[in-house]
Write a protein that binds this ligand. Sequence first.
Ligand code: FAD
Length: 500
Amino acid sequence: MAWFRNLSRFSTINVSRRHDPFLLSSFNCFSSNNINTNPTIEKPSVDPVQYSGLGPTKPHEKPRVVVLGSGWAGCRLMKGLDPEIYDIVCVSPRNHMVFTPLLASTCVGTLEFRSVAEPIARIQPAISREPGSYFFLSNCTGISADKHMVHCETVTEGEQALDPWSFTVSYDKLVIALGAQPTTFGIRGVKEHAIFLREVHHAQEIRRKLLLNLMLSDVPGISEEEKRRLLHCVVVGGGPTGVEFSGELSDFIMRDVRQRYAHVKDYVHVTLIEANEILSSFDVRLRNYATKQLTKSGVRLVRGTVKDVQDQNIILNDGSEVPYGLLVWSTGVGPSPLIHALDLPKAPGGGRIGVDEWLRVPSVQDIFSIGDCSGFVESTGRQTLPALAQVAEREGKYLAHLLNKIGKAGGGRANSGKDIDFGEPFVYKHLGSMASVGSYKALVDLRQSKETKGISLAGFISWFIWRSAYLTRVVSWRNRIYVAINWATTLVFGRDISRI
Ligand SMILES: Cc1cc2nc3c(=O)[nH]c(=O)nc-3n(C[C@H](O)[C@H](O)[C@H](O)COP(=O)(O)OP(=O)(O)OC[C@H]3O[C@@H](n4cnc5c(N)ncnc54)[C@H](O)[C@@H]3O)c2cc1C
């Protein structure tokens, strides 16, 4: 019966909620070809309207932009798209955007989880209001560029979840903003035993595990050795995320654990393992400052390469064993298997989707790609941009302007708009990098690149700039207020240590 429940929900949402005279004709495009027709499943007494796709747009409808992904790139794009010109359909396994620069702060309770999650319906209200705009909580599983169609599968979670089912969505314009996935370099055991830090549920898992280990280590009968293992937090990867997370952990230990877990305070340790230099993209002076600061606040920096990850131990290349209670993996990102598998041009090097100067995917019609999943094709002579929120955000903003311009000029429909002047190509100007290192200290590097000269600061003023900059970048006023209140509460009362 699961498929029936799913379909009736789908048809209810799409048909009865929206009173549009054109809607039924538009929804006739939902064909039933791909419906799960397992003969063993009991047939419902009243035959539901069976839809398995959102078909091509009709002449009386607005052209449809389908956005794959709800991260920095996809959300900034949706925010800028004009709902008077386009219907917007977003396909993503999460219904919110994650404000990643502040995610590490949620792992130890400096910030609450909701403060870094921005619902899509707030970013682009048309998604929940306009009759032809939708958000589908699903994964894209493939793209048929020749048919202007994406293939999707609904997201399922937990044992009680509905069975997943597949459907298709036709597009006039398609924007691929699928992001990237953490790299594990094929090291055995990473996926099974380490926690990544990319989504809110990762931060929740880290916080639960950290608090669980703190409480377990305090129960009678636990050996000294086990206590030390449980309270050993290991971070692998010395980029900005790994360093910021280590800094947050050390702040948590210095201030909150010492006060509230006084019995075990001397057993808690943080180790940061990095194969090369930490914060390699920063100025050497800032790197040295970060190293000193982290060491001063009790973070043990280990230069080494992880060879194997076991249930309770990490094995390094030199054969040494590092027992751990919490392992966070943050060694950079690369394209997902879906990006690799898509039959689209690729950027040189790592397998990202190739785009031209206007962020179009060459050799296919009406497909654009932005954010961490894309890079310039070789013929542009441009280098692939770093996997950064500021790149993704600016690409999303640029593409929203471009698509609005195309739509206004009458080129919004599939296979139209070839003769429209696209105007200025996308140009990226790096605004600088920031990273907090804990103890109210941060680094601000305003150089355009590693080779150029420019301002770089470290210390309390940088920390103030870091906080102010991110507070102003938080997408909505609601979350800005949440973040400010969380920071103030943490300052006055300390971090929340309840394991909920
Ligand atoms: C902890 C952390 C801290 C960071 N700090 C900074 C910082 O301080 N400054 C900075 O510039 N950058 C920072 N970054 C990097 C920045 O977050 C990324 O570069 C940025 O998120 C890229 O945006 P994106 O839209 O390309 O991808 P993402 O934001 O990753 O979004 C990808 C979207 O695609 C969705 N998706 C994935 N697979 C599918 C599928 N099959 N079908 C449909 N949807 C799918 C995902 O659910 C997600 O919604 C940080 C990253 C992390 C993890």
